[in-house]
Design a protein around this ligand. Structure first.
Ligand SMILES: [Mg+2]
Length: 377
């Protein structure tokens, strides 16, 4: 069978615990040892497969356990027996059936698109409206509590042609942040620097600390204060002449609309794991761009399937113009899960043109890192 009228007959899950190479500190939490993601495989009656990944972070979007249950218990019965081409209806049903759990819905949407692309012999970006770029500038985040290790990473990035880094700040004292910004300016001048507080600043200290950081003229400063503190975000934006980005404050189009109305940011970080699917992510991006805001391709602690999903989103969405941070597969996981490496060259992610997402996961690796399987497995 070759058309998208095929029914979905298989729904398989792998709950993975993936070792990482170092600790990472962010304003709102730490990652160390492993990160946990959920991989979904849909199978059509013709035997084609489509893959998706959910990459939650418990302090940001939600827990991997909730993600796994959302897919395994509540979304599975909505999907089995449905027509592959019914993607929009299936996504609406998933939205009604499970509140929140945006990562689970992102995985479902990705797998539906990958499956439709495999069946119709088209890349996912073609199904999202067509490709508007072939490469995406890659930003790698620096978040190691041991800055000597980040210096070693910077040397590797320099060799690899990466020219954008994002410094994670606000997890220790102000002097530590300023020391690292000085070091970047002095010793790594070829890198464009961005700064992300991940909500880490206490409200009373936020304005003064962000002002100091702004004197280093980073490309942008991201989410200095807690997600609901829109008023403070707007005050900080007024007080600095460096662009302020919203990340945790903006999950979907509803937040974006309020963010524009209240003037909290000059740009936004888009993530499929926040929006819960491609249509909502593209809606956020287009809304932001129509108000003159910059749009950045952010991510969570992801493996290669989620990176590929984000790559196709950005490839097909002109508004996402500030590059991406799909670095974990190459620079943070001890081993990624794809059959071939996530495609990066000279500091840019390369957009795949093969059908679907373009690369499949390696099932041996999924089995190796799996700590739970779904009901039908
Ligand atoms: Mg961020």
């Amino acid at each position: 069978m070759s058309d998208a009228d095929q029914k979905i007959t298989g729904f398989d899950l792998w709950y993975l615990s993936l070792p990482v190479v170092s600790a990472r500190d962010h304003g709102i939490g730490r990652v160390n040892g492993t990160c946990e993601v959920v991989v979904l495989r849909l199978t059509s009656e013709g035997g084609e497969t489509g893959w998706g990944e959910a990459s939650p972070w418990v302090v940001f979007t939600g827990s991997p356990e909730a993600t796994f249950a959302a897919l395994d218990r509540y979304i599975r019965p909505l999907v089995l027996g449905r027509i592959v081409a019914d993607r929009e209806k299936i996504m609406l049903d998933a939205d009604r059936a499970v509140a929140h759990c945006t990562e689970a819905k992102a995985a479902l949407d990705t797998a539906l698109l990958d499956l439709a692309g495999r069946i119709s012999n088209q890349p996912v970006h073609a199904l999202l409206g067509g490709k508007c770029r072939d490469t995406i500038p890659l930003s790698v985040s620096l978040a190691n509590p041991d800055f000597a290790q980040d210096r070693a990473l910077l040397d590797r990035l320099r060799q690899d042609g990466v020219r954008i880094v994002k410094l994670k700040t606000g997890f220790r004292d102000h002097a530590f942040d300023l020391m690292r910004l000085e070091a970047l300016a002095q010793d790594y001048p070829e890198f464009a620097v961005r700064v992300d507080f991940n909500q880490g600043l206490p409200s009373k200290e936020a304005l003064a600390r962000v002002r100091d950081v702004a004197t280093f003229r980073p490309d942008f400063i991201e989410q200095p204060v807690r997600a609901p503190h829109y008023e403070l975000m707007a005050q900080i934006r007024e007080a600095i002449d460096v662009p302020l980005l919203a990340d945790e404050s903006v999950f979907g189009p509803e937040d974006m609309s309020r963010a524009v109305r209240e003037g909290i940011c000059d740009g936004v970080s888009i993530k499929l794991m926040k929006s819960g699917g491609f249509s909502r992510a593209q809606a956020v991006a287009k809304m932001a761009a129509s108000h003159g805001l910059g749009v950045y391709g952010g991510d969570m602690f992801e493996a290669g399937i989620a990176h590929l999903a984000g790559t196709h989103l950005i490839a097909a969405t002109q508004a996402i113009d500030l590059g991406c941070e799909f670095y974990q597969a190459r620079y943070y996981l001890a081993e990624d899960i794809l059959e071939t490496p996530f495609p990066c060259k000279d500091g840019h992610v390369q957009v795949p043109d093969a059908p679907g997402l373009g690369i499949r996961p390696d099932i041996d690796k999924l089995d190796h890192y799996s700590i739970a399987r779904g009901r039908a497995a």
